[in-house]
Design a protein around this ligand. Structure first.
Ligand code: SIN
Length: 332
């Protein structure tokens, strides 16, 4: 149990919020105080991150370290472990919400994965930071405090990410800045809301998206998968002759690994260089599923009837998650 202060003007709670630690800059530490670049992510235990963070009156807080990594190194096994713990705690009647401390670099992928698989009816709030614990002015404590406020907000549900006072839905959020404290954006959809001084203002509804099957069935399917499909992302760019795709197919032919899916980060409205397109047709002929998204940060991929490959409005990294789940038999 940690030493929290109750929020005088905040909500009152009789429930429990579980905080799951995954690492990231929010748990990062530098050897020199104030160093914002030469620090190591995923160092400080989640229990220590909670010290002094104000919470709602009466709220019980439990914490658990699920992983302690730089989120650039996130793998499917980390996602499975996290999803198991989130599902476990959400199923508890005494638990109102789950907060996850996570690195910013792949938080949007984790958020999208958890929302797709669990579609939670309780809030799951990802808290992150752009500065480590040892920064002169770290942003983690405020973001964590804001995450608690969002988790306690009446009607909150689904997976959201909270950073710099903004609340973003899992489906839309993307990291858009390398160093700014306000590093996330929700594109054309816009942020879900704001959180300020423990007060939440919503601009639109809480996330509803997710798989049509229930969370327990989805988790059972993920757990029992012999291996998760290999889905790679390729970018359509100037002078692209599809060499990368051909190399992947050659590796597959050698039995080095199985290539199951390819997500293409297409130009503009999902268009693809003719050289890459030819290689993708070959990949499809060999049984590889191809999905096209756009390398544009905003807008949707709008296809004409019969267009190939199939398009998605998701960003390339989220399209990769969606295709992975579809190849596992988890799709609507
Ligand atoms: C990470 O994603 O784990 C490191 C970077 C960050 O959290 O900002």
């Amino acid at each position: 149990m940690f030493d929290s202060k109750n929020v005088a003007d905040g909500p009152i709670s009789s429930g429990c919020t579980v905080v799951l630690g995954m690492g990231g800059t929010i748990a990062g530490r530098a050897t020199q105080v104030g160093d914002r670049v030469g620090y190591v992510a995923g160092q400080v235990p989640v229990n220590d991150l909670l010290l002094g963070i104000p919470t709602a009156q009466g709220l019980r807080v439990e914490s658990e370290q699920v992983a302690q990594i730089d989120s650039k190194d996130m793998g499917h096994r980390h996602w499975l472990a996290l999803a198991e713990r989130v599902a476990h705690h959400l199923a508890r009647q005494d638990v109102d919400a789950v907060v996850i401390t996570h690195g910013t670099d792949t938080a949007e992928e984790t958020a999208f994965f958890l929302q797709s698989v669990l579609r939670p009816s309780k809030p799951v709030v990802i808290a992150c930071a752009m500065r480590p614990v040892t920064a002169l002015v770290p942003d983690g404590p405020q973001n964590l405090s804001d995450a608690f406020s969002v988790a306690q907000h009446p009607g909150a549900h689904g997976v959201v990410l909270v950073c710099a006072g903004w609340i973003h839905a899992a489906h839309d959020v993307a990291k858009v800045h390398t160093t700014d404290l306000n590093a996330f954006d929700s594109g054309d959809a816009g942020a879900l809301g704001r959180v300020m001084q423990h007060r939440v203002s919503c601009f639109r509804s809480w996330p509803q998206e997710g798989l049509a099957i229930d969370a327990q069935a989805a988790m059972a399917q993920l757990r029992s998968a012999e291996r998760w499909p290999r889905v790679e992302v390729v970018v359509s760019h100037t002078d692209n002759d599809g060499a990368l795709v051909k190399a992947l197919l050659a590796q597959q032919a050698l039995g080095a690994y199985a290539l199951d899916g390819l997500v293409v980060a297409g130009t503009g409205n999902g268009t693809i260089h003719e050289g890459l397109q030819a290689a993708l047709l070959e990949a499809q002929a060999q049984g590889v599923k191809v999905l096209v998204s756009s390398r544009c940060a905003r807008g949707h991929v709008r296809q004409a009837p019969g267009d190939w490959p199939e398009g998605t409005d998701l960003s390339p990294v989220k399209a990769r998650v969606a295709l992975t789940l579809a190849l596992l038999g988890l799709s609507d």
